[in-house]
Design a protein around this ligand. Structure first.
Ligand SMILES: Nc1ncnc2c1ncn2[C@@H]1O[C@H](COP(=O)(O)OP(=O)(O)OP(=O)(O)O)[C@@H](O)[C@H]1O
Length: 524
């Protein structure tokens, strides 16, 4: 039997220092001995410093609270308000971020656009070209504005962030010394004005926020894009129709017009119906109009599966003073002439993010009418409804006051095809020559200069090879995009493309029970 090793007595720390700092004891002991100080004295000094520090912190917090209550003013902004982004951007511009030592870096824009992941794609390292954005991080930061001291505090709070700022909800507070919030209001006005100035040539597009955010008391509308305004001349449309809509809208948006409506007791609203096949420019024209008049565009698709009739009213009530509401697919389920009754077909099944299958009621005609011209509906808005099937629309929707102007968008005519060709290759009216990276006759790639006159000749020839009213502008644009650096090739290959398209369209028509069209070559 093995003898068990003797159990050694646990070594008790000889004094309080040994108990508090047993590991460092061996290091400290010779030093304390050298300077001839008792360990207990060191412990006492340390504890006293700790106690004093705690006491000073408590006193400071108390004094600070009292000073804040009596001598400081604050304004709080939540991250579901767009002002939140304005403040962060403004602070970054004021170089507050340069002086701060704790920052948050962001590599995607605030609209939620992700940077292309160059490791998983074949693109060149485009992510490296995206400028990083730095924001003040959580906690407190001090800065000066108009020679006044401000305190910026950023914190997280309960709830979900907005769609353009995913993650938990946040809040920022701006505090200044004094019993008035006026200096903070001035700062916010400045930040907002700079934000608007930067957006002057941008068009902001918003859509209804995801359902969980709307239901959770968050913002009803989310910004989905903020892009340079689309120039009106990039939309190829009959000049008469274009001018009619522009002048009508201009008249409506004049500051005196609102008063004119009010004096006559007429609701200050304007409605347009854009109808025609898909890809003929309805959305493009509405977006260009928003850019021309410097107003935001709010897009609602009635085919959006999470949108219910009950959602429409609050959405239409929560619009800015002047804006364009683009109501897409007004002919869709529940709005067809005979479908105002609630039948089983008025319910659609959808899967939200592929997990939750819910049954949502379609939007009835009365629900839509209530939203667009009910008492709660916003005044000052411009409603643009789009449809591919105008014949399906209810007469009630088309009555004046709801729809004041109807614009037909048709398949491309030859002059439109010519304009699309010119738009693709000569971006600027004043441009005389066009320098192209083109393939030379021997297949080598090089530069070639095409005069504007030559380009116009090519555009005219190109248009002659496109049959009238057979292709949508989107289809022609799609073809030209595949040859965007080579107008000669576009001209050389357009007939073959047209034939293939006509055959494909014939097949589609045959499948749908219609008669196919003859290919280009035969019809010419
Ligand atoms: N008339 C046009 N002028 C210039 N570009 C056009 C025109 N029509 C279509 N396009 C181009 O085709 C694409 C689709 O156009 P757009 O979305 O405006 O068509 P749409 O009529 O609104 O289609 P849908 O009914 O499917 O919504 C866009 O890239 C747009 O630039």
């Amino acid at each position: 039997m093995n003898a068990s090793p003797p159990i050694s007595e646990p070594e008790m720390p000889p004094n309080a220092l040994d108990m508090l700092l047993p590991r460092h004891l061996s290091i400290l002991k010779p030093f304390l001995k050298y300077i001839n100080i008792e360990a207990s004295v060191v412990v006492t000094i340390c504890l006293s410093i700790l106690a004093l520090g705690t006491w000073l912190t408590l006193v400071w917090n108390h004094v600070y609270r009292q000073v804040s209550v009596w001598f400081m003013s604050s304004v709080i902004v939540n991250s579901d308000d767009e002002l939140f982004e304005c403040i962060l951007a403004w602070l970054a511009e004021q170089n507050v971020t340069r002086n701060s030592r704790t920052l948050i870096a962001r590599s995607r824009d605030s609209a939620g656009g992700y940077v292309v992941d160059s490791d998983t794609s074949n693109f060149k390292r485009s992510s490296a070209e995206v400028a990083m954005k730095y924001e003040l991080s959580f906690g407190e930061h001090i800065f000066f504005y108009k020679r006044r001291l401000f305190l910026f505090h950023r914190d997280q709070r309960q709830g979900l962030g907005s769609p353009f700022r995913p993650g938990p909800a946040e809040t920022v507070s701006l505090t200044c010394v004094g019993r008035s919030t006026q200096p903070i209001k001035e700062l916010l006005t400045d930040a907002h004005a700079r934000h608007l100035a930067k957006e002057e040539f941008l068009t902001t597009t918003r859509r209804p926020s995801p359902r969980h955010l709307r239901a959770g008391g968050g913002r009803l509308w989310s910004r989905i894009a903020r892009r340079p305004s689309r120039p009106m001349d990039t939309v190829v449309l009959d000049p008469g129709k274009k001018a009619a809509v522009i002048s009508d809208m201009e008249e409506y948006l004049l500051p005196t017009t609102e008063k004119w409506y009010a004096n006559r007791g007429i609701p200050y609203r304007r409605g347009y119906l854009f109808y025609g096949p898909s890809g003929t420019g309805k959305t493009s024209f509405a977006t260009a109009l928003a850019g021309t008049f410097g107003i935001d565009i709010f897009v609602v698709s009635l085919l959006e599966p999470t949108l219910t009739e009950e959602d429409l009213l609050p959405l239409f009530s929560d619009l800015p003073h002047q804006c364009i509401v683009l109501l897409e697919d007004v002919d869709s389920a529940g709005l067809a002439r005979n479908a105002t009754r609630k039948t089983e077909n008025d319910f659609r099944e959808f899967s939200y993010l592929g997990t939750d299958v819910t049954r949502v009621q379609g939007i009835s005609m009365s629900g839509l009418l209530n939203a667009i011209d009910g008492v709660a509906s916003h005044e000052g808005r411009i409603l643009v409804m789009t449809t591919n099937y105008p014949e399906k629309l209810d007469e009630a929707l088309l009555r004046p006051g709801r729809i004041d102007m109807q614009i037909e968008f048709s398949m491309a005519t030859r002059p439109q095809a010519q304009e699309l060709f010119m738009r693709m290759y000569a971006h600027d009216e004043t441009q005389t020559d066009l320098t192209l990276r083109a393939k030379t006759a021997d297949g080598e790639s090089g530069e070639e200069v095409i005069g504007r006159g030559d380009l116009e000749d090519m555009a005219s020839k190109f248009a002659q090879l496109i049959p009238d009213h057979e292709f949508t502008p989107a289809e022609i644009q799609g073809f030209l995009l595949t040859k965007k650096n080579d107008p000669k090739r576009a001209l050389a290959e357009v007939q073959e493309w047209g034939n293939m398209m006509m055959i494909a369209k014939g097949r589609v028509a045959a499948l749908a029970g219609g008669s196919g069209d003859a290919p280009l070559g035969r019809s010419a």
